[in-house]
Design a binder for this molecule. Structure first.
Ligand code: ZN
Ligand code: ZN
Length: 150
């Protein structure tokens, strides 16, 4: 599953206002965002009907897991956006072998799959390229009569 490729320019003044008024927000909001910053949708590829979501800030409040997200739909003049403080998705991925627990990094009720199944398109492209190279090299070895059993 690839990551959504939507990007949007941050609505700067509204973002500062949202940061300044949220519970557990940063002491100095302009440190968090710069004017003309672009934010990338962090979700996996999703339906156009669902809003894109970019994480802006993790609230610094004990026992409260609330993050500020920019949610938007559409592009350019048709863009509609809102800021929302939302809890994180409660889903956990447990690795039975390593006992590692990975929590989903997205907002609660997000569209599409959980964060651990989403890969960065560029990273994926590189991996694919390497994989192809390995296959090509392995194929060459096979042709030269290599005898590698399982
Ligand atoms: Zn998106
Ligand atoms: Zn999730």
């Amino acid at each position: 599953m690839l990551q959504c490729t939507a990007v949007t320019v941050v609505p700067f003044v509204e973002a500062l206002l949202a940061l300044a008024t949220m519970e557990g927000g940063p002491e100095h909001p302009p440190d968090v965002l710069a004017q003309d910053d672009f934010l990338l949708c962090e979700l996996g590829e999703h339906d156009e009907a669902a809003e894109h979501a970019a994480h802006i800030w993790t609230a610094d409040v004990p026992d409260v897991e609330r993050d500020l997200w920019l949610l938007w739909a559409g592009t350019g003049a048709h863009r509609v956006y809102r800021f929302a403080t939302l809890p994180l998705c409660p889903a956990l991925l447990r690795d039975l072998v390593t006992r590692a627990v990975t929590s989903c990094a997205y907002l609660d009720h997000h569209p599409g799959p959980h964060s651990w199944t989403v890969t960065d398109p560029l990273g994926d492209l590189i991996t694919q390229h390497i994989h192809g190279e390995v296959q090509r090299l392995a194929g060459d070895e096979d042709n030269s009569g290599g005898n590698e059993g399982p």
